[in-house]
Write a protein that binds this ligand. Sequence first.
Ligand code: SAH
Length: 357
Amino acid sequence: MTPLKAQITRQVTATGPLSIAEYMALCLLHPEHGYYITRDPLGAKGDFTTAPEISQMFGELIGLALAQAWMDQGAPTPFALVELGPGRGTLMADLLRATRDVSGFHASAHLHLIEASPTLRDAQANLLSDVTHHDGPETLPDLPLFAVANEFFDALPIRQFIRDGDQWRERMVGLTDGDLAFGLSAPLPLAALDHRLGDTSQGDMVNLCTPAAAVVGTLGARIAERGGAALIIDYGDWRTSGDTFQAVRDHAKADPLGAPGMADLTAHVDFENLARAAAPASHTDATAQGVFLERLGITPRAQALAKRLSGATLNEHVAAHRRLTHPDEMGTLFKVMALYPHGAEPPPGLDPKKADS
Ligand code: SAH
């Protein structure tokens, strides 16, 4: 049994079942045993890999999209260049290299990173110079804000609910025969899920991510007031349904209750909830990652890079391009949504918002 599992078992025995959000927060960010607190989870030796770790092209194109949005808004100076959950800092390093020749962009940018993990903060500070770290978006400077978040929102704690009549039962983590097990609360009405009464039926499961709504609310208010844009990239959909709470350990799916603190826990991102929380900022549709990257020119960029490669490195590069864009890989499952000020040009490559959203 992991030390955290022993602690959670004692806590449930003493005070009763935990919500999925409480369980997830302990597993990921417990000050001593939390998954992100104790390790660098990324890469071949870690538990999972992400788009910026697959290819430099990802951060480069994100960088050019943000620089385009910055120019479209009159190149405000100074501005905050923000990343939420930067991991090893790879995306930001690629973004900065790709935007080196955008006149005034680097000179105007102040780098602010939102990161909970001391281990990853160190990695970011080693790779990037002049960074300011934050626990959350509330302490960001009062400047126009150009931000990116890749696989950040999927790590924020969700609550799960199962429809029962016109009410909801919350999925909880309790104990069965002394071991952690899922259970359900009594039915309760929940105003935050009123908009899901129309598209769900008895027994359907939906997620609610209150921390994500709070983060996006702060970003949206800042972008609406001071200008800027945020690119949010994650797996999920405009509206998510079903059980997407999952654990990944050593590049394979695992039991989310099996080894608290030792596996990454995530859930699909509900972009509709983010868009609602971002008001008064405007938003694009959640656009398929493959479509977004193709529109930004990933294929000509891949061809240009390929000219310098041969043998195994060329094969890896071709595989990376496919992995980022192909519908059977990350191309469709991952979506990109931008927040931007009403009346401004949306960042490039994204579908306009749906008529009813
Ligand atoms: N964006 C990176 C890393 C994704 S992993 C990449 O694409 O490779 C998730 C990142 O979010 C990690 O850096 C993790 O430490 C950070 N993170 C997770 N929960 C967080 C929270 N509540 N507050 C701040 N950072 C968090």
